[in-house]
Design a protein around this ligand. Structure first.
Ligand code: PLP
Length: 453
């Protein structure tokens, strides 16, 4: 029998990423119909606080008319032009200038793509180009971290350190290596301080680079704070120690600011919050507050000089996307960056983060919670089966997913990521809505604790 319901049409027609496809045939989708501020409403009329900013991206909520107007204006003037072969548009130039102005460390040039995955893919290519220009083409191995997330394209998924992004996709590609996740709660030893843990991880990185041969290792990718890995904050001293090792072996550091860029951790950049001094930066998501797809790759002057040398040698910088520097996306990004500044959005994250953190932190005493961690508006709640041993629940029981579903029923979108739950609301969330996030989440936790007995 044919059905016209959105549910049935979706099941019959659409593939959903990061979804159990077999289960989806039974459950169907929750179809979202409209958004207002930090709230999202489904086609049944139920409203939720979007406590994950979509995929960590709708920093300005879902009804910022200035962004819609910026897009409409640019559509009316010039809806598309490309930037291959000496062409440019004003919104792209403006955005590149602003990004260089606000960059956390001096950067030389900006290259635009449409997604975070593409930005990281491009970063890998430029790392390879850079060392090729230096006459060291064999320096090309890339190091990521277990639980790190850098995207889903073949190369960016290879840097990613999550097994389900690799399995049966023949990934990671050769020459992509991974080191221990800087997750003190999960990876730290009982007798170790955070600082000692950081030292151990820096030593591990040093040993790996030496074992592989420093002349073969090109770059290290890191999210300043890990998102998809479970909202994992770097342990004390981590980046300082890691950066010493990278400098010693002339390994480039690429900061993946796709989540942490534009205020998420309380500063413009996660690099500022956590003392990261990268050679390249990738960013996306809140760059346009997610109203248009756009990502940017910022590169340092030495990397730019290498690229220039390569294009002189080869005749052209042989890379680019049809929608790179899309003028409508750039116009929206320019407006988003103005709003962040003019409305004091990023300056406001500290107080909102303190409120949210102040409410969530005491949940560490809850029987299901091992740790609450976070900064700014990026928080992780570690769900444990045993608070003393820190043992997580058997993944087959999907307890964090059950908490997520219970919260959803309460009207809160949060996200189960491995053994943790992430909460990362839009930066424009109001204090009363932060209270509601906490209330709904605690109720969900209590419900699941009761069910477990
Ligand atoms: N890097 C990080 C840190 C991310 O969180 C993501 C997406 O969640 C990406 C890269 C990939 O971005 P996209 O999904 O736009 O390709």
């Amino acid at each position: 029998m044919l059905s016209n319901s959105l549910r049935d049409r979706d099941i019959a027609s659409q593939l959903h990423p990061q979804t159990n496809l077999s289960l989806h045939e039974k459950t169907g989708p929750v179809v979202m119909a409209s958004g207002q501020g930090v709230e999202i409403t489904d086609t049944n009329g139920k409203t939720y606080i979007e406590g994950m900013s979509g995929l960590w991206c709708t920093a300005l909520g879902l009804s910022e008319s200035r962004l819609a107007e910026a897009a409409t204006r640019q559509m009316g003037v010039l809806p598309y032009y490309q930037n291959f072969a000496h062409r440019a548009t004003e919104p792209g130039i403006q955005l590149a200038e602003t990004l260089l102005e606000i960059a956390p460390v001096p950067m030389s040039k900006v290259l635009f793509q449409s997604s975070g995955s593409e930005a990281n893919d491009t970063a890998i290519k430029l790392v390879w180009y850079h060392f090729a220009a230096q006459g060291r083409p064999e320096k090309r191995k890339i190091i990521g971290r277990n639980r790190g997330y850098h995207g889903t394209s073949i190369a960016s998924a290879s840097i990613t350190g999550l097994p389900h992004l690799h399995r049966d996709f023949h990934l990671p590609l050769p020459n992509f290596l991974h080191v221990t996740c800087p997750h003190f709660y999960r990876e730290g030893k009982p007798d170790e301080t955070e600082e000692q843990f950081s030292t151990r991880l820096a030593n591990e990185l040093d040993a790996l680079i030496i074992a592989e041969g420093p002349d073969t290792v090109a770059a290290f990718f890191a999210e300043p704070a890990m998102g998809t890995g479970g909202a994992v904050m770097p342990p004390k001293g981590y980046f300082e120690k890691i950066q010493k090792v990278l400098k010693k072996h002339e390994v480039l550091l690429i900061a993946d600011e796709v989540i942490t860029g534009f205020g998420r951790t309380g500063n413009w950049w996660g690099c500022q919050t956590f003392g990261v001094e990268p050679d390249m930066i990738t960013c996306a998501k809140a760059l346009t507050a997610a109203y248009m797809p756009l990502s940017a790759l910022l590169i340092s002057e030495p990397v730019y000089q290498s690229m220039k040398a390569q294009s002189e040698k080869i005749g052209v910088f042989g890379h680019g996307y049809t929608y790179g520097a899309h003028p409508v996306a750039c116009a929206v990004a320019n407006e988003a960056l103005r709003i962040y500044e003019e409305d004091g959005i990023i300056a406001g994250v500290a107080a909102k983060g303190a409120q949210l953190g102040g409410l969530l932190t005491p949940l560490a005493d809850h029987p299901l919670v091992g740790e609450v961690r976070g900064t700014g508006l990026m928080w992780g709640i570690e769900i444990v089966a045993d608070k003393v041993t820190r043992a997580p629940f058997d993944p087959a029981r999907a307890i964090p997913a059950k908490v997520q579903e219970a919260a959803f029923a309460q009207g809160l979108v949060c996200r189960a990521l491995g053994s943790a739950i992430a909460i990362a609301p839009p930066l424009v969330i109001r204090p009363d809505q932060i209270d509601a996030v906490h209330k709904r989440f605690s109720t969900a936790l209590d419900q699941i604790a009761d069910e477990l007995g």
